[in-house]
Design a binder for this molecule. Structure first.
Ligand SMILES: NC(=O)C1=CN([C@@H]2O[C@H](COP(=O)(O)OP(=O)(O)OC[C@H]3O[C@@H](n4cnc5c(N)ncnc54)[C@H](O)[C@@H]3O)[C@@H](O)[C@H]2O)C=CC1
Ligand SMILES: O=C(CO)COP(=O)(O)O
Length: 329
């Protein structure tokens, strides 16, 4: 695999395009915004979404989807709720052999489907892979070390992608569990909002560790429903990403929660932002599925009540703490 296409010119698409270029791949980044295409091509930066990173002049951008048609593999990096529509648009330009690598984190709110199912429905026959792990875009763009899960049911395709993208500072670990590799990355965003709320309320580091650990139990319950493997959920794309995202206000999800904990409203915070906070969407469908299937996910429910029902943060937190004592498993 020598040529890589990247669908989505936000912070993560740009960072991944930078990593693929660094790995020696001929890389083309497709972006929605003409401003992003121009700034990548002319000044080697993404002024809109990743302003503090210098990009390799070898990385080129385009606003024309057809230009991705000749790529050996394509990284899908649109916000989760827009991924299906974008893949549908892309499908007319690509061959059925081209691997599609899901790098977005979320679950489709409209259907309750994993992104791998949405992509398979739009491009039946194309090999589908997932690239996910604890990776803030800015650090990847600056070539700081990280490790990720690269999941593909087809081991040959998975290993080709590992070789195409992997470098000493971008360590890709093969995993066959495409389902498991999506669950952790989707739900940790909801839990990062919860730990942000804990930070904003100023109720301490002990509470944050409790939310991370009991949040992991929620990921495990939800993952079991989809047939995710425990080892995957305990790996880079699960526990690894949960730790990162719940530990730093560099996370858009955690900083959203923190602002809510400090007393601001969800609508006011989002009105000031251009970037996506996936947990705010994912919470809706994860909570619905949990209720429908009778899964105990009280932290997810609390985030849902605060974000989607507008309930008072302190009242919801007190109710969460007042839950009956139960066994740890
Ligand atoms: N930023 C990060 O550090 C990481 C992000 N991700 C995931 O990557 C995905 C993309 O996130 P970012 O690149 O960070 O986005 P971003 O927040 O930097 O940029 C927003 C993106 O959404 C696109 N967009 C806005 N409205 C749209 C619409 N109506 N239709 C289609 N696209 C639209 C914009 O063109 C832009 O590419 C998300 O699922 C995120 O969870 C995964 C790992 C790390
Ligand atoms: O997925 C991420 C890190 O792995 C980025 O998290 P945020 O979207 O919360 O910034």
């Amino acid at each position: 695999m020598q040529t890589i296409g990247v669908l989505g010119g936000g912070a993560w698409g740009t960072a991944l395009a930078a990593a693929a270029t660094r790995a020696g791949r001929d890389t083309l980044l497709w972006a929605r915004e003409a401003e992003v295409v121009a700034s990548v091509n002319d000044s080697h930066e993404n002024t809109l979404y990743l302003p503090d990173a210098v990009l390799d002049p070898a990385l080129k951008a385009t606003g024309n989807l057809a230009d991705l048609g000749d790529r050996d593999a394509i990284l899908l990096v649109a916000p989760a709720q827009h991924l299906r529509a974008m893949v549908r648009d892309l499908s007319q330009y690509i061959g059925g052999h081209v691997p599609l690598v899901i790098c977005s984190k979320g679950i489709e709110v409209a259907t309750g489907k994993l992104l791998s199912d949405a992509v398979a429905e739009e491009c039946p026959g194309n090999p589908v892979a997932v690239l996910s792990g604890p990776t803030f875009a800015i650090e990847v763009a600056r070539d700081m070390p990280c490790a990720l899960t690269l999941a593909a049911a087809d081991k040959t395709v998975g290993n080709q992608l590992v070789k195409a993208l992997g470098q000493p500072t971008f360590r890709t670990y093969y995993n066959h569990d495409v389902v498991g590799a999506q669950i952790g990355g989707a739900i940790k965003n909801v839990l990062a909002i919860a730990t942000g709320i804990v930070a904003g309320l100023g109720i301490g580091e002990n509470a944050r560790a409790a939310v991370i650990t009991r949040g992991l139990a929620e990921i495990m319950r939800f993952g079991a429903l989809y047939g995710a493997e425990r080892e995957t959920l305990m790996g880079l794309s699960g526990l690894g990403d949960l730790i990162l995202t719940c530990s730093s206000t560099q996370s858009r999800n955690m900083s959203l929660g923190k602002a809510i904990g400090e007393g601001r409203t969800f609508a006011d915070i989002m009105a000031e932002r251009r970037s996506v906070a996936e947990g705010a969407h994912t919470v809706e469908i994860v909570h619905k599925i949990a209720v429908d299937k009778g899964l105990e996910m009280p932290i997810t429910a609390a985030v849902y009540q605060i974000l989607k029902e507008g309930q008072d943060v302190r009242t919801v937190t007190e109710a969460l703490l007042a839950r009956p004592f139960t066994s740890e498993s």
